[in-house]
Design a protein around this ligand. Structure first.
Ligand code: AMP
Length: 592
């Protein structure tokens, strides 16, 4: 895609969307022609002349010859790459960089190949999304963006390859700088702040510079909305220091990393008037529990832009509180470390209603239809997958049907072939020839003891229902996770909650009962009735426990930018953090 203006980039996308089926076939042909010699593809497509086949033939041949794969199937190849093997294993060109997924789905970070194509598509989707946003919310040229973004120091693998999170690679890439130039909006913070490696020091400086440039800030953003909510919590503890620094043009001694100090002090100057104004706004905001903080301090900000769907949904209400329901919340795009997938073409849609339009040039997409299993009386049927679905045969993008749920399968330019991403989406419509998706949940089962099967979404819904009594107590659920405990028989679910505010024990006991009753999965309901699963336990942890969980991930190589609170915990170190933080435990005595 070679486009300069917003109109060009939209025109390019519209053309691609119009003939999405064809574009997909060509995309697959390009990937296969490029990487046909790679060892993995040779295993399946040996003796096949991909160059002399037409795109349509190639599409059906590919599906018949190359099997669906999980990360575990590709891991031996990725490991050899990480160990320094340079022969063509997954791609013809050697892979020199690896990405680390956030590791919050399956409890461990996974290596995924990263190439210049990954950065290019990131730039493309950002430019495209910015073009659609600017139609509705035009921003001033040369304006600033307050971005809560964090890169970490890439590790070196045994073979000497650089391995960091996809966001880290992107923030360090030429494409990131290009995005700022081409979208004509610049992040407030210099690279030193983004890459400090200490999220607290970075966040402090993001705020300091964000306030220093406050009148020019056009919008506020982060990759996942969790980061904005987390940052605003930190702000409540450090706003006085920030005002002091703004007043004097200094930098708090809590910022100790020399390169950050130099780069920030180089930018800020004393601004007594601004500091006094910020301070008086904060005094007022404190009285209203920081309601409307964002528009108050950044009066020219037009919107907040971030991923707010899927596992980020529980933070949306908190963000609404900080925007005082006055600023539009614009949902950011749908993608993964493996590939970008879909674009939010309608920046006005709320986080609850956002749809992602598949960009057919990014990867070759297939869709595994998922059919809900119907249970009959007390017979529990076991499905084809991990959860309550029977799987159909994967279909190409041109064959998806409206209203149908699918798991996404990716074939990427970076060497993943028919790779099951594990995300479940629903096709809700089409834009020209390309589907619009509603992100539903990550398929990986999280809570299961025997025949019970609960996904992240099931837990999210149960916690949402169970937390309603907190509203009356004017308390707030800060974060939550769960664990399927089997040390005593029968096993049972433990739900961990961190709460802000005072809540009476009888109210928490009621919450516990309601969460237990809110799991509607048939296997769970039956098992609870016959007591093969014990009563649910609600464990209240002290304030700051979930921050410790996040810090544990960051200490182990994750970045704040891609962090998602794991919704089910099996890792011993994490369980220890939770159990050390436990202050109260409730158990539903009897099944209702
Ligand atoms: P990671 O590769 O670890 O950064 O995580 C990627 C995963 O985050 C995807 O597979 C999705 O499950 C989730 N994700 C990414 N973008 C979105 C989005 N816009 N809405 C909901 N979930 C998303």
């Amino acid at each position: 895609m070679d486009t300069s203006s917003s109109d060009d980039v939209i025109r390019w996308f519209e053309e691609a969307a119009k003939s999405a089926g064809k574009v997909q076939m060509q995309t697959l042909k390009m990937i296969l022609e490029m990487n046909h010699e790679a060892e993995y593809l040779q295993k399946w497509l040996k003796d096949i002349d991909v160059h002399n086949m037409n795109a349509e033939q190639l599409q059906s041949l590919f599906a018949s010859k190359v099997p669906l794969a999980s990360h575990a199937d590709l891991e031996p190849y990725i490991q050899r790459i990480a160990d320094g093997e340079t022969s063509p294993l997954l791609t013809k060109q050697p892979i020199t960089t690896l990405s680390l997924s956030s590791g919050t789905t399956e409890g461990r970070q996974k290596y995924v190949p990263f190439t210049s194509h990954s950065s290019k598509t990131t730039l493309q989707i950002f430019k495209l999304a910015a073009a659609y946003r600017s139609r509705v919310y035009p921003t001033s040229e040369g304006g600033k963006i307050l971005e809560f973004i964090y890169g970490n120091k890439p590790l070196k693998t045994k073979g000497g390859l650089s391995a960091g999170t996809a966001t880290t690679h992107y923030f360090a890439s030429q494409e990131f700088k290009l995005k700022q130039q081409q979208t004509k909006s610049f992040t407030c913070s210099p690279q030193e702040v983004i890459f400090s490696g200490d999220y607290k020091q970075s966040t402090y400086c993001h705020f300091l510079l964000g306030l220093f440039y406050a009148p020019q800030v056009e919008f506020i953003t982060s990759t996942f909305v969790y980061c904005i909510v987390q940052a605003l919590t930190l702000f409540q503890d450090c706003w006085k220091d920030l005002c002091n620094d703004l007043f004097n043009g200094t930098l708090s001694p809590s910022i100790t990393i020399p390169c950050i100090r130099i780069s920030v002090l180089d930018l800020i100057k004393p601004n007594k008037c601004l500091a006094t104004w910020v301070s008086s706004q904060c005094e007022e905001l404190k009285e209203s529990n920081w309601y409307g903080l964002i528009p108050k301090l950044w009066p020219n900000a037009k919107y907040v832009y971030s991923i707010m769907t899927g596992s980020m949904q529980p933070y949306v209400e908190k963000l609404r509180h900080y925007t005082g329901d006055r600023l539009p919340l614009v949902c950011a795009e749908y993608g993964s470390t493996e590939s970008w997938i879909g674009l939010n073409m309608d920046p006005c849609s709320s986080p609850e209603n956002v749809r992602f339009t598949v960009v057919p040039t990014f990867s070759y997409f297939e869709f595994i239809p998922l059919h809900l299993i119907m249970y009959h009386k007390d017979v529990v049927v076991n499905g084809g997958g991990d959860d309550d679905y029977l799987e159909g045969d994967p279909v190409p993008l041109s064959k998806v049907k409206m209203g149908q749920q699918y798991e996404i399968v990716l074939t990427t330019f970076t060497g993943l072939y028919r790779y099951r991403l594990g995300d479940v989406v629903e096709v809700t419509g089409f834009y020209k020839g390309t589907p619009k998706l509603n992100f539903l949940y990550r398929r990986k089962l999280i809570l299961t003891l025997n025949i019970d099967k609960n996904t992240e979404k099931d837990l999210q819904l149960a916690v949402h229902k169970g937390s309603q009594p907190l509203i009356k107590s004017r308390a707030e659920l800060v974060d939550f996770t769960s664990h399927a405990k089997t040390t005593n028989q029968p096993g049972h679910y433990v739900v961990y909650w961190e709460i802000k505010g005072e809540v009476k024990d009888h109210v928490l006991a009621q919450c516990c009962k309601e969460i237990d009753a809110a799991f509607v999965d048939y296997g769970y309901v039956v098992s609870r009735k016959n007591n093969s699963i014990g009563p649910l336990e609600l464990c209240i942890v002290e304030r700051g426990t979930f921050k410790k969980i996040m810090e544990h991930f960051i200490d182990n190589g994750a970045t704040m930018s891609q962090f998602k609170t794991p919704r089910c915990i099996t890792d011993k170190a994490l369980l220890k953090i939770l159990n050390l933080g436990a202050i109260k435990r409730f158990r539903t005595a009897d099944y209702m």
